[in-house]
Design a protein around this ligand. Sequence first.
Ligand code: PLA
Length: 448
Amino acid sequence: MAGTFMSAQVRRIATLAAHFRVPSVAATGERRLQAFATMANTSVFENVQQAPEDPILGVTVAYNKDPSPSKLNLGVGAYRTEEGKPLVLDVVKRAEQQLVAEKSRNKEYQAITGNQQFNKLSARLILGPDSPAIAKNCVATVQALSGTGALRIGAEFLAAHYAKPQIFLPMPTWGNHNKIFPLGGVSQKPYRYYDPKTRGLDYEGMLEDLKAAPDGAVILLHACAHNPTGVDPTEEQWEGIRKVIRSKNQLPFFDCAYQGFASGSLDKDAYAVRSFVADGGECLISQSFAKNMGLYGERVGALNIVCRSAPVASRVDSQLKLVIRPMYSSPPVHGAAIAAAILEDGNLFKNWTVELKGMADRIISMRHQLYDALQERGTPGDWDHVLKQIGMFTFTGLNKSQVEFMTREYHIYMTSDGRISMAGLSSRTVPHLADAMHAAVVGAKSKV
Ligand code: PLA
């Protein structure tokens, strides 16, 4: 046992070193000594390596530096209006006004696990109002620093308390998953998910890989609107996936970052999670309110751990506090209070669903406009996937050099895997994107 713990620690140190681009320990020690020797004129951080930009957020950094008036940022998944502006939802503004007017509000620290009312309503949103798991107090829910924070708490909890801290991630997946889990102490392996030939789900490959994965392994599943591919299993396929996972006593970890954004319906987008909870088995669910409430920078999210019994859920909750307290002590007040106000007030909730549907519909209309624009230009290739894929992103199939070409010649910014954020497009910018995609596909050397 001690040996296993040691080797897990050694693995974690190696993961940290690779992540932070720290050279080998010996080399670092040597350079540190040199640095001390010449301390008078050398920084003690002399040996810190220049880190590369983040593959997604770094796209915005590059975009911000570009002086071109026609530049377009389709990198990060952030919703924009038809005018290309960030959107603060009307219900969010109203909830904030209510909060400001409440004289009794203060800025005291929250509990370690955050806003309890928010936690209750957040769990209800994903699991459904009639969820027996909630009724039986089998769910431990903690407020988290948006979806990323929820995933990280989940990873740290699994590393400490789960016998098989190894997670299987879909191939491809959101780029940060590959970092959150190993740095949180959970080793990762891929499973087949996307088939570039069909631009659809590799269902057979996925089931084969899940069957070959060890009993008890943790399986990361995108609850809806898979990022980056926009390819989700059908309800029948979810059923097949659920059966395999349950037959092997594997532990599903749902990442739910887009509830309501895929179909426009909060309930429809919760289908997969609810089907796994309905069978009585256990799972983890991270939730983000970044996209569906537009609360990106407020960092509002939750981690739910669905357990078999109330006493287990209560003990899990107590341990989650031990994960959170030394990390950031307690979560911020404001964003979760906004979300709770919207979730608890019938009127605000209803208006939220209308605004959410409006955002989802605008994204779907962008899909149609882009598809039509490519057809008009006679762009070679099959572009049906632009219409078929679900959620914020289109996984275009454009390769790295085509992406580079579009950035260089058309000032269009996107991730190097060819993913574009449809939420960043508008009727005004679709022709520019279609021109760029057309030129990239026909192999134009330069626009000028
Ligand atoms: N999980 C998935 C699948 C995501 O796509 C994202 C965000 C998150 C979790 C985390 O979001 P949160 O912490 O803000 O709640 N993905 C974005 C942004 C939208 C990012 O990379 O941070 C993306 O552009 O892929």
